[in-house]
Write a protein that binds this ligand. Structure first.
Ligand code: HEM
Length: 153
């Protein structure tokens, strides 16, 4: 199945990719990227978040601005699932799952923050994944009018 990722999700994946750096890869022959020579046996670690926030590529790169993906013309590629020949094998599944989980959550509940929400600004971290600071949110079931919908547990 192929589906387009809704632009707010695409935007979140661009601004805060789950993994800011891709896996290390080693060149098996001399190569080049944008005119830079890469000798054989060089370890390359693509900086995915760096590419997603490159101001030479993106207009207002640090802004949460989902409508950018509605602008006519071709948008730059979001690299959050890797780049080159060895991109994430689970990308189509991950995109469908993200959409289904978020859509079901928002359809079923109103999300009400409890107390202060953490800053969305990037925090210093050491690890493979970008993590969110802990916060509390109350899930209030929506009354959709259909039988059984007010019985969420
Ligand atoms: C939001 C969810 C996910 C993100 C952001 C993500 C991101 C990535 C990234 C950045 C890589 C490294 C690509 C590279 O080296 O250039 C990768 C590799 C990989 N991912 Fe994911 N991934 C996600 C979910 C999944 C899921 C659900 C699966 C499997 C069901 C999966 C399977 C794999 C595999 C097998 C590789 C290694 C591919 C290879 O080296 O040939 N990923 N992923």
């Amino acid at each position: 199945m192929r589906m387009n990722t809704p632009h707010p999700l695409k935007k979140v994946l661009r601004l805060r990719p789950v993994v800011p750096l891709a896996l290390p890869h080693r060149t098996i022959r001399p190569s080049s990227i944008l005119g830079y020579d890469i000798p054989k046996d060089t370890v390359i670690i693509p900086n995915l978040q760096g590419a997603n926030l490159d101001e030479m590529v993106w207009e207002r790169p640090q802004e949460f601005w989902p409508d950018r993906f509605l602008k006519p013309g071709k948008n730059p590629k979001v690299t959050s699932f890797g780049c080159g020949a060895r991109v994430c094998l689970g990308e189509p599944l991950a995109r469908v799952e993200l959409f289904m989980v978020l859509a079901n959550l928002l359809q079923t509940f109103t999300l009400l923050p409890e107390g202060a929400l953490p800053s969305l600004q990037p925090q210093p971290y050491s690890g493979v994944n970008l993590l969110m600071q802990p916060f509390q949110v109350r899930l209030q079931p929506r009354d959709l009018g259909a039988p059984g919908h007010d019985q969420c547990q």
